[in-house]
Unconditional design. Sequence first.
Length: 194
Amino acid sequence: LTGFMIHNQIEYNWIQIHFIYPFIFLVFAMDFLDRKYSLKKSSLGKVNSVIHNGVLTAFILVGTLSTMNYYKYQALIYEKIIPGTGVANLRVLTNEAKTYCPGCGWPGLEMAKNLISQYRLTPNPTILVSAETELKEVALLTPFNLRQFIYLAEIRSFQENWDEAKKLYVQAFKNKKMKALGACRVFSSNPDKC
């Protein structure tokens, strides 16, 4: 319990607090295993000790591997993808990030954002189709992420489909934070910084 509380204090004071969930899982798993296979209550001490050690080792391995994948995903997103590296390299990086976290929509959002920026420089309709495909994948993974509606509304406005763009903006603006993002993307001289 003391280690758990110390870890909470460390995580609370860090900038990114993402490790807490695997850590909590590991603490509860160890507590459960300690109670279930306690040597005090069992007459088969050696067998329970082997089972306890084997299950605990399996939990530690699974927790370590999932945590490593998570931090590799975070490093890709925050150190390579978001700062911008060009579309060709970005495609490789987002695909790699999708292998680390198949249920995460953030790599697809960043790819769509980058494709929209590329469309502003070279108006090619196939770029918008690629961005829309990325956003459809994101919608399947994270249907409650309203940022996708902002990007999709931008695509619709580039396609001059004003009614659908308006509907998408209205849907996105149900959240106050999305109003600020939408205003920044629409009215800013450099919407890529939003």
